[in-house]
Design a protein around this ligand. Structure first.
Ligand SMILES: [Zn+2]
Length: 648
């Protein structure tokens, strides 16, 4: 069972799935994992037709605790320690810092088909919806302290209270510490040494904790959200899910203070992003926005879903990773297509199977026809003859069906005339009143019926086996949940790595080349997918490809690096030129085979032969599959180049 379906199956009653994010800056692609995981649980519940809501909270009462490298630190310095919703927006189109970065993230949500009900912590606080929780936690601060101590071992002072007012003097929320509560107001101090990254102003006084005047510490806030919103499912990243970690603390607080069961939880792993590549000098990085700009939404979802949540995902947009992602996706699409075709076939087979049934009504009808031919026989005699003829008539259909199922069934076994004779003899022993012909017919019916039942059993078994194969396996469910609209539209995939290569061949009409290389005429959808992929491939080449991943074809001149080739290698190239000139086909596979067999023929190790080919066209040791590479090029050019290099 797919992991999300398993979670969906275990729920009872109404479910509320919740996830949240602190909008402290540009959102890293890794944060999309939690989003997609929760969205998929939500979709699984809907697919199981269970009542469910999907909420997404923006924790914008959290403090600005650092200034991202891409922002002007002088401009934002003064806002360190203030709630994110009170910090000015770094760009146009948003009222504040929190809305700016959450807005960017939500655009990606929209593109990925993720549509939760969004809420902002500033609204929950300012509208007073958390007031009663704030009061409860302040009244029962000792229970919160106990929970911290028991679960994480963190000691809190006797006069520690779980609340941070916004300092009335400096506006910071990160630096305030509460030391008293009288049921209406808290006494706080804005401590200079409370935080390492920012100093408090030293102000102190009594202030109301309600209606947005401050916030709960986040583990406590987490609990308040669960209870207020009725959250039943919330997973957390591995970092929060360690034993004694934040999630454990929150769970313990919920149990101690409210005596309630925390939402369903299961940790999910990180996305590990290949370090240097994701922050290349071209300015493209690993933000969710940037990765969503590169990958089509289904592929980005698939990247998150083909790996189960408890396993880390390694992602860096290099040639290997990107082309494998597309290849895996295409493989899943093809597998789905086969399963879908099989499903149609099974329906056809099942209806053919129905036609093999011999009903009493059919026999009666046939018996009447029989009577018209042989009115001298009794009703029962005609009935028996009719039944036999129906078995014979449907044998042909049975033959067709077993053949298309690939079953080897001998239609004639089991009802030979000898067997009928034998059976008739035994029958006559118990029915001496019947004529030999009557006993013969009864025997034949008996044998044919037995044989038919056996055949039907075999066919049913086969059909059941086949229909179990059409059930979507885990990989196909990952594909299903990767779709934006929960419907898989199969297409004929065109290999992505080939597109990357083709794009780098000078003077090539790429769409025409795709048509030429496709095994079947392309549908409207196929063409749309190809065009989309050409765009992705081009973007990858422009923004992400390393120089060594790029294909630089030396069309007009011979690469200088061929000077290093030795006599044996040149001889090989000369021989290869002759052989390629004579080839009847000019496609990747044929060329690859020829390149390889030539190495055998000349007894030149492939590790010397292949670099000779690459040096001749690319001026380097390595390249894409050599057969494919040459197939992109015109034959006369290839042959001439090999000869030129061979002659030195
Ligand atoms: Zn202050």
């Amino acid at each position: 069972m797919f992991w999300a379906d398993k979670i969906a199956a275990s729920t009872q009653g109404d479910s509320v799935v919740n996830d949240s994010k602190t909008p402290s800056g540009r959102v890293h692609v890794g944060s999309l994992r939690g989003v997609i995981v929760h969205d998929t649980i939500y979709r699984a519940l809907k697919r199981a037709q269970k009542p469910v809501r999907f909420l997404y909270g923006i924790d914008d009462y959290d403090a600005l605790d650092g200034i991202p490298a891409y922002l002007d630190s002088n401009r934002f310095q003064e806002y360190l320690g203030q709630p994110l919703c009170n910090v000015p927006s770094p760009g146009d189109g948003a009222s504040d810092y929190a809305k700016y970065y959450s807005g960017e993230f939500f655009e990606v949500f929209e593109e990925l088909g993720v549509r939760p009900e969004i809420y902002y912590l500033r609204d929950l606080y300012r509208q007073g919806r958390l007031n009663s929780y704030i009061d409860t936690f302040l009244q029962k601060a000792h229970l919160v302290r106990e929970a911290y101590k028991q679960v994480s071992g963190a000691e809190r002072a006797e006069n520690w209270y779980p609340f941070h007012p916004i300092c009335e003097n400096c506006g910071k929320i990160a630096t305030t510490v509460v030391s008293d509560y009288n049921g209406k107001e808290v006494f706080y101090t804005c401590k200079p040494d409370a935080m390492s990254y920012v100093k408090g102003c030293g102000h102190s006084g009594w202030v109301s904790p309600f209606d947005g005047k401050g916030k709960l510490p986040w583990k406590v806030e987490w609990v308040a959200k669960w209870d207020l919103l009725g959250v039943t499912i919330e997973l957390a990243g591995k970092d929060h899910s360690q034993k004694g970690g934040s999630r454990d603390v929150a769970n313990a607080i919920y149990r101690k203070v409210f005596d309630k069961r925390p939402p369903f939880h299961s940790p999910y792993e990180f996305i590990l992003v290949g370090g240097t590549k994701m922050s290349s000098s071209k300015g493209v990085g690993a933000s969710a926005r940037e990765v969503a700009n590169l990958l089509p939404p289904e592929l980005l979802r698939f990247l998150m879903l083909r790996t189960q949540p408890k396993t880390a995902i390694n992602f860096s947009p290099n040639y290997e990773t990107i082309t494998r992602l597309f290849r895996d996706y295409d493989t899943a699409i093809e597998k789905y297509q086969r399963a879908a075709n099989n499903k149609d076939l099974i329906e056809t087979w099942a209806s053919s199977l129905k036609e093999l049934e011999i009903t009493e009504a059919q026999i009666s009808h046939q018996a009447y026809q029989q009577y018209l031919n042989t009115p001298e026989l009794t009703q029962e005699q005609n009935h028996d003859k009719a039944e036999i003829s129906l078995y014979k008539l449907t044998d042909e259909k049975l033959g067709d069906l077993t053949e298309s199922l690939g079953l080897e069934i001998d239609l004639h076994a089991g009802v030979s005339s000898e067997m009928i004779e034998t059976e008739a003899y035994y029958h006559s022993q118990s029915h001496p009143e019947l004529s030999p012909e009557e006993n013969h017919d009864k025997a034949e019916i008996c044998l044919r019926k037995r044989r038919r039942n056996h055949h039907l059993e075999l066919i049913n078994e086969e059909l059941q086996k086949r229909s179990s194969e059409t059930q979507l396996g885990k990989d196909l469910l990952a594909l299903l949940y990767s779709q934006l609209d929960e419907q898989i539209q199969p297409y004929h995939p065109f290999d992505f790595s080939t597109l990357i290569s083709l794009l780098q061949v000078p003077h090539l009409d790429i769409e025409a080349e795709v048509h030429k290389r496709s095994q079947q005429p392309l549908t409207e959808l196929d063409q749309q997918v190809v065009r989309e992929r050409i765009e992705v491939a081009q973007k990858w080449l422009d923004d992400y490809a390393d120089p060594e991943e790029k294909l630089i074809l030396y069309v007009d001149e011979i690469p200088e690096s061929v000077a290093a080739l030795d006599e044996q290698q040149r001889q090989y190239l000369g021989e290869l030129a002759t052989r390629l000139e004579a080839l009847s086909e000019w496609d990747g596979e044929t060329l690859q085979t020829e390149i390889f067999t030539t190495t055998k023929q000349l007894e030149l190790p492939p590790k010397l032969a292949f670099p000779a080919v690459y040096h001749s066209f690319l001026g380097k040791e390595r390249g894409p599959k050599a057969g494919n590479l040459l197939s992109y090029l015109e034959r006369p050019f290839v042959v001439q180049r090999l000869r030129d290099v061979a002659q030195g």
